[in-house]
Design a protein around this ligand. Structure first.
Ligand SMILES: [Zn+2]
Ligand SMILES: [Zn+2]
Ligand SMILES: [Zn+2]
Length: 272
């Protein structure tokens, strides 16, 4: 049976954990699950038309992308496309590293995002998107951009991807739902609110990945309790929390969560 696989490249908030200059218990923890690079995942599955080929997609390009790819050579030995949730620095600054995947794949890399995110990428990396203005055509990422819209599904190599409208404070961003051969997952990072039109897209999931920054209220991220309420509403078979800051200790949180819900950690692989 074809399977949908997910690998956590990073499960940390924008500053990562440990944080520079912090001496708290979690930042000093020796538990490898308390060491969090910036949030990003890999989704892979056999090609719908040619099961011999394992397709690999990245959600977001964190500033730690190079380190993450070197740590997970099995998950990221090829790259068939990148999907962006939003244009915050902790989700896009690794974009430049995609040039290595141009070489590995021998072709341009497709990127998918909402139009405003593509505009931000263009402004942040003008040398990638306006190659003609570059003085020489050196070692620059070669990307093909596709504008996607919330709620409008599209096919990538036999799986259906649907951007899910989420609210990150006042900023509308997207998560992604992936449906492939009867299996489904949704990745919803950097979320503080789920608008009503998105609720149907979070039903019937095998796996829901949700932002759960910390225990205390935050204007742009779910707390652990808010994430638990969203899990209760969506009722997935399994849920994983991510994008943690240093107030979350892995073991302490794992012990608090109900059955079927767990904290993600860097390097965690899930097969559906
Ligand atoms: Zn973030
Ligand atoms: Zn700390
Ligand atoms: Zn963000």
């Amino acid at each position: 049976m074809p399977t949908l696989e997910l690998t956590f490249l990073g499960s940390g908030t924008s500053a990562g954990v440990p944080m520079i200059g912090c001496h708290c218990a979690v930042c000093r923890s020796e538990n490898t699950r308390d060491k969090r690079l910036r949030s990003s995942i890999v989704v892979s599955y056999p090609d719908g038309g040619n099961a011999e080929i394992q397709r690999t997609f990245l959600i977001d390009t964190s500033p730690d992308l190079r380190q993450q790819a070197l740590r997970e050579p099995e998950a990221l030995s090829r790259l068939d496309g990148v999907l962006f949730t939003h244009a915050h620095a902790d989700h896009i600054f690794g974009l430049d590293e995609l040039r290595r995947f141009n070489t590995v794949m021998g072709r341009a890399i497709e990127i998918h995002a909402e139009a405003d995110v593509l505009t931000s990428l263009h402004q942040t990396f003008p040398y990638i998107f306006e190659r003609s203005k570059h003085p020489n055509d050196g070692y620059i990422a070669n990307l093909i951009a596709f504008a996607r819209e919330a709620g409008v599904p599209f096919d990538l190599c036999g799986a259906t991807w649907t951007p899910i409208r989420l609210l990150h404070g006042r900023l509308p961003i997207v998560g992604y739902r992936v449906d492939m051969a009867g299996k489904s997952l949704a990745y919803c990072t950097d979320v503080s609110g789920i608008p009503p039109e998105s609720h149907p897209l979070l039903q019937g999931l095998d796996l829901l990945v949700l932002d759960a920054l910390r225990y205390r209220h935050h204007p742009t991220h779910f707390t652990v309790d808010q994430a638990l309420a969203a899990v209760a509403e969506a009722a997935p078979k399994q849920a994983l929390f991510t994008h943690f800051n240093h107030e979350i200790g892995h073991e302490e949180l794992a012990a608090r969560l109900p059955p079927g819900v767990a904290p993600a950690y860097d390097g965690l692989k899930v097969t559906l």
